[in-house]
Design a binder for this molecule. Structure first.
Ligand SMILES: Cc1cc2nc3c(=O)[nH]c(=O)nc-3n(C[C@H](O)[C@H](O)[C@H](O)COP(=O)(O)OP(=O)(O)OC[C@H]3O[C@@H](n4cnc5c(N)ncnc54)[C@H](O)[C@@H]3O)c2cc1C
Length: 402
């Protein structure tokens, strides 16, 4: 494990007082980076760290280094991978479960081609396995004739709740103030400071970073963010396969496959699946401002964003046997989570123009969890006035502002 020394705060004569609003993965990583950059940080979270109602809900997220979303993300993924190790050092437990990630499809598929461009341009390790080679190595997969499997050895799974709790504990230990259990209801920008309204109280800050995920438009209604709701179903490993079951997180790129991705759960007893048809209708209230609470379908610790349509577990039952053996086609449970999508699926990071000191970090668009450590650093640099390079231009909310 890496040492946590890189996460020690810089010291300086004057500290900017910064409010971070929202403690999903975006706000958590940004708070960590701001603290490290020497800011005096106060975090506001409407629920509690590691809750299950936001876009960072559920047990795990997939990490991929070979990135079909664009090779320009690779430096950020490399930086994020390093920072995940630092957070592991803080946590004192593994948070990144390596072992690789698999992508299955035709070799000339545009996603696979882009992933291979990443591998070539950044000299990243990778293996292209023929169907037979892949079936020998991963005997629980079913692979269509003509498909190959691209192994990304730097891929893996990141644990969600453990990461958020570790960051929270570290920040509290470092004296960072965490205000949990009630939403920030308003922000008032003045000449000298920005006033944050929460729980009937008002507090002034030098700068504010809004990282409220799918709730973004409640505080910043002019930014373009579409809310989506995505369901996943959980399936038990069969008794017959339990002793030998081994599976890297896998994505299927062909549109003709109903299954889009799967992740083995850390306990090895079940697998999480996403179907291509796993996008649920979004309720009107969520589409407006993601009104809370969502928890109408609350079940145990996995409450997510409310009810899942019956079609999701039913479709999973039909689709799973086409891609995998060793798991029960019938779902144990199914959960849905909201996320905020930008029009170009590129996150929004930077100052909200016309509002001095007000910054945004949101729009992770269903792929930002793995990138959160590096994106948090970019946001922190912007807030502290040390950013402004071409990378931060790419994420600027200004691209959607007249
Ligand atoms: C089902 C699903 C699967 C995904 N899979 C992957 C994957 O495998 N790999 C990957 O890299 N990415 C993945 N993503 C994307 C990634 O998980 C999300 O984009 C990311 O977690 C968003 O984090 P966030 O902090 O922006 O939002 P959130 O996690 O929603 O955090 C926002 C926080 O702000 C708080 N908040 C909101 N309003 C207020 C307020 N007014 N006052 C105080 N607090 C407030 C909320 O309570 C919440 O805690 C997936 C997303 C989903 C939904």
């Amino acid at each position: 494990m890496a040492s946590a020394t890189d996460l020690q705060p810089a010291t300086g004569p004057s500290q900017a007082h910064v409010a971070v609003i929202g403690f999903g993965i975006a706000g958590a990583m940004a708070a960590l980076a701001l603290h490290r950059a020497g800011a005096r940080v106060t975090v506001f979270e409407q629920f509690h760290a590691g809750h299950d109602l936001g876009a960072s809900g559920g047990p795990s997220r997939m990490f991929r280094m070979l990135y079909h979303e664009g090779q320009h993300y690779v430096p950020l993924l490399l930086r994020s991978r390093r920072l995940w190790s630092h957070v592991e050092a803080l946590a004192g437990q593994p948070l990144f479960l390596g072992g690789g990630a698999l992508t299955i499809g035709q070799l000339d598929d545009p996603w696979l081609r882009e992933m291979l461009v990443c591998a070539q341009n950044y000299d990243l390790p990778h293996e292209i396995l023929t169907r037979d080679e892949a079936l020998t190595r991963y005997p629980f997969h079913r692979i269509a004739p003509g498909d190959v499997a691209l192994l990304d050895p730097c891929g893996g799974i990141v644990l969600v709740k453990e990461t958020l709790r570790a960051i929270r504990d570290h920040l509290l230990h470092q004296g960072v103030q965490m205000v949990e259990g009630g939403p920030v209801t308003d922000l008032c920008t003045g000449a000298e400071s920005i006033t944050v309204m929460q729980g009937g109280k008002a507090e002034g800050f030098d700068r504010v970073l809004v990282a409220t995920g799918p709730w973004l438009r409640r505080l910043l209604p002019t930014l373009p963010l579409r809310i989506v709701k995505v369901a996943s179903s959980f399936h038990a490993v069969t008794a017959g396969a339990a002793d030998s079951f081994r599976l890297p997180p896998t994505q299927w790129v062909s549109e003709s496959r109903s299954v889009m991705a799967c992740q083995p759960m850390p306990d090895g007893a079940s697998v999480k699946f996403f179907l291509r048809g796993g996008f649920c209708p979004v309720e009107e209230n969520a589409a407006e401002h993601c009104t809370v609470p969502f928890a109408s379908g609350k079940r145990g610790d996995h409450s997510g964003a409310g009810p899942v349509p019956d079609s999701i577990p039913r479709d999973a039952e039909a689709a799973l046997p086409q891609v995998l053996t060793g798991v029960e086609p019938r779902a144990q449970s199914a959960f849905a989570y909201y996320d905020g999508m930008t029009p170009d699926t590129i996150p929004l990071i930077g100052p909200v123009s016309s509002e001095p000191g007000l910054h945004v970090l949101a729009g992770y668009s269903l792929h930002g969890f793995k990138l959160a450590p590096a994106l948090g650093e970019i946001a922190a640099a912007g807030v502290m006035g040390t950013g402004g390079d071409s990378l931060s231009q790419r994420f600027s909310p200004g691209r959607f502002m007249p």
